[in-house]
Write a protein that binds this ligand. Structure first.
Ligand SMILES: [Zn+2]
Ligand SMILES: [Zn+2]
Length: 652
């Protein structure tokens, strides 16, 4: 009897139950399973919560012991590595004070206040070396409950660790803990305020990399202390770390903000204001081509093109509800004739005005209004990012007004357009269906109708999708499509929403077959989304090498010397007038190699080199920016080739 009182039972992932003495830790559990396991164990999931090895288990706990590489264990590694980094920084810069060091997606950072020193690249290398030493010292990370919080706050203050003192004061009622980093004789080497959990020992940390330093402020408030943030990452294997570093290198080389310097695409100006994009001729050409393609796609699908004003009386946004539900993203009002006006954050109310300009019958439906509509939305300056996150942008916005009977086929049509877009630009994609959230407008029947139309259309097209239960917006279930670019990064793509709110707010209806008024079904959809963002993604997706059909300059004609000028000019003119190609001719006096290199830097798809042989045989020597020398071709044959890659919108 007494025996059982001192025992607890815990459940293992395989369903087995293990009996342990009272007050046993995860570590004891591991040892009781096998000494080998105890050696490699680094932490545990206890009742689905990440815990230290030293965690004391309770009767009935579900325990999964974690080893390197197990799911969830990266968090332990990175969190522990952050403390190793902080210790290394304080060893090298004793004046450094510690702020916070959370894990983030793909890594972690730590904020430091270091008086009289700005960390540079060399420092990062030195810190890495110091970290390696700490890992080799095999320091233990020991959880320590702070017995006297006020004393500890005073100690922190005495050490100049004002940020830690402030944090501890804030969390004083939450059983705060220190993590002591100790040597093999349990002598304390260093400590940090943290709630954990961590690895038991620094010896498990082997593959890490400091990535960059940037400025930050204590509590992200620019009136507070200026801090230096060191970004870093850690992985279990060298392979994983190398693959990650390669991925960021690749992403850096593709960064649209860097590529604009090389390709002259767009600019943002301090004197204009952040988040406002200026499209230079090269990118303007790309955008025009995309818009032309997109208009043709919409014309073929019986969309009608509309245009709506950029400003509207505030009354409009009071009716639409945007003032209340979206007000913080809208710019403040301007007065016209003593009435407040607003810059539009969305095109929907405008399209509703067009719909409501006359009585509509079921025979008029569906109506598909399409607008490349420019909208302005407030974004905090901290989140603005090149063309990807801006304050003014143009959406390929459409609102479809239909009856309940045709809703499924309308969704089907939108999905068809989305699939054709993804194919044209070479994106893989994943589809999500977001259903009714806890708080919602509209009736259960309306939600059922809208959600089943979305589901039916997806099933009809045999599109695999994941359900995001409760992920819909309060007025609409929706389909979200995530796009995957050439290096596998995920981007928020097309959306379809069946709106159960605006038709009510604006009383948007039609006369049905029965002669009565019925509420119209309104679908919002954007496929490209913001053109700024979409084309920003394209720049990175193609790494600036736009396929021929999109390239601002498709062909560069390069005569080798002056005596080839006439023939070259002839080809240039034919390409321009007969093929309507975007073509340039390089008549400069530089060497052939130099001219090829220039065209290559501009990522021009085709170079036509004209010398004696070409003039003689009415041929061109064709060079492709990626495939290199394609050999000599009759002029007519090259023209056919060019037409086929442009018309086929191939990724060539
Ligand atoms: Zn920690
Ligand atoms: Zn809309």
């Amino acid at each position: 009897m007494t025996n059982t009182l001192n025992l607890i039972k815990v459940k293992l992932p395989d369903g087995n139950v293990k009996e342990l003495a009272n007050d046993s830790t995860v570590n004891d559990l591991a040892a009781s399973i096998s000494p080998k396991l105890a050696k490699v164990a680094i932490g545990a999931m206890v009742n689905d919560e990440l815990k230290d090895l030293s965690t004391i288990l309770a009767d009935g706990d579900d325990v999964k012991i974690l080893k390197e590489n197990d799911e969830g264990s990266l968090e332990l590694l990175r969190h522990s590595c952050a403390h190793v980094m902080a210790q290394a920084v304080q060893r090298l810069f004793p004046q450094a004070k510690i702020a916070i060091g959370p894990t983030i997606e793909d890594g972690f950072y730590y904020d430091f206040e270091i008086n009289n020193h700005s960390l540079n690249e060399d420092d990062l290398t030195k810190i890495e070396q110091e970290m390696l030493k700490i890992c080799k010292e095999e320091q233990n990370l020991v959880r320590f409950n702070i017995p006297d919080v006020n004393k500890q706050i005073n100690d922190f203050m005495a050490q100049g660790e004002k940020f830690k003192a402030e944090l501890l004061d804030e969390h004083k009622n939450e059983c705060p803990t220190l993590y002591l980093m100790t040597d093999k004789d349990n002598k304390i080497i260093w400590n940090d305020l943290c709630r954990g959990p961590h690895l038991p020992n620094t010896k498990f940390i082997k593959n890490f990399k400091l990535l960059k330093v940037s400025g930050s402020y204590w509590r992200a408030n620019e009136h507070n202390e200026h801090l230096q943030r060191v970004y870093a990452t850690a992985f279990w294997t060298k392979n994983d770390l190398d693959a990650y570093l390669k991925r960021i290198e690749e992403a850096k080389a593709r960064d649209h903000r860097n590529l604009t310097k090389q390709l002259d695409l767009f600019s943002i100006h301090d004197e204009v204001g952040p988040g406002l994009i200026f499209w230079h001729p090269n990118l303007g050409s790309i955008r025009t081509t995309i818009e032309d393609y997109w208009r043709a796609e919409h014309r073929a699908r019986d969309y009608e093109f509309v245009y709506t004003p950029h400003i509207a009386s505030e009354d409009l946004f009071a009716i639409s509800g945007h003032l209340v539900s979206y007000g913080e993203n809208m710019y403040s009002s301007m007065d016209i004739d003593d009435k407040p006006y607003r810059v539009k954050p969305m095109n929907c109310p405008g399209h509703i005005m067009i719909y409501k300009s006359k009585l509509r019958s079921y025979r008029d439906l569906p109506l598909r209004f399409f607008e490349l509509g420019t909208v302005y939305r407030y974004e905090r300056s901290g989140v603005l990012h090149g063309m990807m996150r801006v304050r003014g942008f143009t959406q390929d916005d459409s609102h479809i007004f239909c009856t309940p009977e045709t809703l499924t086929s309308e969704i089907n049509g939108i999905l068809d357009l989305i699939q054709s877009m993804a194919k044209t630009f070479g994106f893989n994609y994943k589809v999500y269906l977001s259903t009714r959230p806890e708080k919602y407008l509209g009736t259960d029947e309306e939600w059922e109708l809208a959600t089943s139309a979305l589901t039916n259309a997806l099933n009809l097209r045999e599109i695999a999708y994941e359900i995001d239960p409760g992920g819909g917006v309060f007025y609409a279930p929706k389909i979200d499509v995530k796009l995957y670019d050439a290096i596998g990064r995920e981007w928020q793509g097309p959306t379809i929403q069946v709106d159960l709110n605006l038709p009510n707010r604006f009383d948007v209806n039609y006369i049905g077959e029965d002669g009565n008024k019925h509420k119209v079904i309104m679908v919002h959809r954007a496929v490209l989304g913001s053109l700024e963002r979409f084309i920003g993604i394209l720049i990175e997706h193609y790494a600036g090498a736009f396929p021929t059909w999109l390239a601002p300059v498709q062909v560069m004609v390069i005569p080798i010397s002056d005596k080839h000028l006439e023939f070259a000019n002839n080809i240039y003119t034919k390409l321009k007038t007969e093929l309507k190609a975007r073509v340039k001719i390089d008549t400069g006096s530089e060497t052939l190699n130099y001219k090829i290199r220039q065209a290559q830097l501009e990522k021009i798809p085709y170079m036509l080199i004209i010398g004696d042989k070409e003039v003689e045989n009415n041929q061109v020597s064709v060079r492709h920016r990626k495939d290199g020398n394609l050999g000599n071709m009759d002029v007519a044959k090259f023209f056919d080739l060019l037409i086929s890659v442009i018309d086929g919108k191939t990724n060539t």
